[in-house]
Design a protein around this ligand. Sequence first.
Ligand code: THU
Length: 126
Amino acid sequence: MRNAYAPYSRCFVGAALEAADGKVYTGCNVENAAFTPTCCAERTAVFKAVSEGVREFRAIAVVGGREGKVEGLFPPCGVCRQVLLEFCGRDFPVYLGEGGGKYRAVTLGELIPFGFTAEECMDPAD
Ligand code: THU
């Protein structure tokens, strides 16, 4: 959250993605004056890890809030849910910060029940 670049929304978001080996990849949101190129904290963390050759993960925690105040859940957007689903199963734990050091634990499958996966996308013969 501290590193979030969010001059437009003033929503400061942080994500911590734990890899299978225990290493944690952090991410923050990075906004853009053109808005569309903005990257969320979760995707920043996933892309950092994948770009370093890491594709297996244990869990992710997401915390955010307007003006950097965590006053409730800041759940992953639909695009981030879909990106997480590419590398993490439906039982993947997602910890949503709600303020006061408390987290709500949900699964990725709960967040994206009808997510699109390689199963639908790829020809079974390939
Ligand atoms: N944001 C995230 O970083 N993660 C999410 O999944 C939800 C939205 C960011 C994007 C943008 O910089 C700001 O929050 C407001 O949408």
